[in-house]
Design a protein around this ligand. Structure first.
Ligand SMILES: [Ca+2]
Ligand SMILES: [Ca+2]
Length: 158
């Protein structure tokens, strides 16, 4: 289910607590090859602006990873959740750091379906290898590649 991770920003705990409850009604299932049962994933956002790799580490430190979006249903429901929390773009678990033009998820799976903003990914300046999702744009067309050292919040999936 969806939730907000407040561990990096305790001062906002009370004022944001309502969001946690109202947003906590979406569920996703994900196959886990090492377990017999399907488990529900849940999502949270970092409260700090970090590079893509530092955002990924933020997720991993909490037993999660940057989100993998492998269906249109997941893309749309995730966007609805994220846009209820923030208006700025945030990192997802996709990059072409290893091989330019070959997008890969953090679990090493290839990208099958992308939800790119018009004209993206454009590898602008030859230095855009990490992918952000912009909740202000159309739910099905809101990804952009950008420099991995730029700082954004990260969307974590556990
Ligand atoms: Ca690139
Ligand atoms: Ca771009």
């Amino acid at each position: 289910m969806f939730g907000v991770d407040h561990s990096g920003s305790r001062a906002h705990l009370c004022s944001s607590a309502g969001l946690h409850h109202t947003a906590a009604h979406h569920h996703h299932s994900r196959e886990r090859p090492d377990k017999e049962l399907q488990e529900h994933s849940w999502f949270f956002m970092s409260t700090e602006l970090k590079s893509w790799s530092d955002s990924r580490q933020y997720c991993r430190d909490r037993g999660a990873d940057l989100v993998i979006i492998n269906s249109e249903e997941k893309q749309v429901s995730l966007c609805e959740f994220i846009s209820s929390l923030v208006s700025e773009s945030a990192w997802i678990g996709l990059s072409d750091t290893e091989n330019e033009g070959i997008m890969k998820w953090v679990d090493n799976s290839p990208l099958n379906q992308g939800f790119w903003f018009k004209g993206e990914p454009n590898n602008f300046g030859g230095d855009e290898d990490c992918i952000e999702l912009n909740p202000e744009k159309d739910n099905r067309n809101n990804w952009n590649d950008r420099s991995c050292s730029d700082t954004r919040k990260g969307i974590c999936e556990k």
